[in-house]
Design a binder for this molecule. Structure first.
Ligand code: TXA
Ligand code: MG
Length: 313
């Protein structure tokens, strides 16, 4: 079922859920303060309760109202990148953010999405918690049809067209007096580093991940993904760039031009879902591209989808 902004607000007030478009991926929303709606998100997605949710806001005052302290650099980051694909986790007054939203942590993660329908809905209904609107472990949905593929009639959708960025937000976590990288995402880390004056380091992989969500398997189609050539005749599909030539197979899915990581990000998850829709068992995907900026995020997502290790260095 497709719904309007007003219908979506009504559904949320009843303690139910609705899928909401953002510029990154579709989110599965509940009102932040509605425990029934929040609980239902975990049940619908089959999401581990230990994985906290991002709070989506339409103004910085919402963060100020619940934060324990406003970390250094927060306002600079917010004014440079919000609304946009950056999520910021910081210490909060735990009495003001439900425990299940935080998964028991003393911090909460905030993002102002850059989508007119999402912002309009948040202004009408209040802050929304939204994980990506997919079953846990599946690629995130970048179109209304992909949400319906996972949830059928269980989740009404506010259709805002295809998501312009196509991969999830970059997450920074305030820890020990500096911002650290919790998840690579649609906003290039280089842009953040230029603003902060230092490079936000992530976990080196040996220690605990900074975002609990990084512990679980992600972005995985059923198809087996191969990232190096040559590949056997049994591999039915090739996912690659328009300028390049590849072994001929039954299916070719284009990530666009090798000069446009933005286009590749826009297309990636929908291609991964197409593999499953068409019952493709294995595919080659070209990862011969740079290791900087948005390309780095794409490599991380693809290697995870392929079940391979991603070296954060
Ligand atoms: O682009 C996005 O961020 C999308 C759209 C819908 O906004 N949302 C999204 O949510 O990707 P989700 O739930 O799929 O991923 C949220 C990530 C998880 O890895 C979670 O562990 C982490 O954010 N996270 C949430 N709160 C956190 C916190 N307080 N500290 C550290 N990590 C946190
Ligand atoms: Mg997700």
């Amino acid at each position: 079922m497709r719904v309007s902004v007003d219908e979506a607000a009504q559904i949320l007030l009843k303690g139910e859920n609705v899928a909401v478009p953002t510029e990154t991926v579709y989110g599965l929303a509940a009102l932040m303060d509605n425990i029934q709606g929040v609980d239902r998100i975990f049940a619908l997605k089959n999401r581990p309760r230990a994985n906290p949710l991002i709070i989506h806001i339409a103004d910085v005052e919402t963060v100020e109202a619940v934060a324990k302290e406003i970390p250094e650099g927060f306002y600079a980051l917010a004014s440079a990148f919000w609304p946009g694909p950056l999520a910021l986790a910081l210490p909060v007054d735990v009495s003001k953010v439900p425990e299940s939203v935080r998964a028991g942590l003393p911090t909460a993660c905030f993002r102002m999405p850059n989508h007119p329908l999402a912002l309009e809905l948040i202004r009408k209904s209040g802050p929304l918690v939204m994980p990506s609107a997919n079953l846990s472990g599946k690629p995130s949905p970048t179109a209304a049809g992909a949400v319906e593929e996972d949830f059928g009639s269980l989740v009404p959708v506010l259709d805002g067209g295809p998501c312009q960025r196509g991969v999830e937000s970059t997450i920074l976590i305030w820890q020990d007096g500096m911002w650290r990288l919790g998840r690579l995402g649609a906003l290039a880390v280089e842009e953040i580093a230029a603003l902060l004056g230092y490079y936000p380091e992530g976990s080196d992989g040996k220690e605990k991940p900074l975002c609990p969500g990084q512990k679980w398997r992600h972005y995985a189609p059923k198809a087996h993904l191969l990232t190096s050539l040559p590949v056997s005749e049994e591999v039915e599909a090739v996912i690659g760039f328009d300028e390049r030539s590849y072994p001929q197979r039954k299916y070719f899915f284009s990530l666009g031009s090798i000069h446009s990581p933005e286009k590749a990000a826009f297309r990636l998850y929908e291609i991964l879902r197409k593999l499953d829709r068409q019952g493709i068992k294995s595919a080659f995907i070209d990862v011969d591209f740079p290791s900087t900026g948005l390309w780095r995020t794409l490599r991380e997502r693809i290697l995870k989808a392929a079940g391979q290790e991603f070296d954060a260095k």
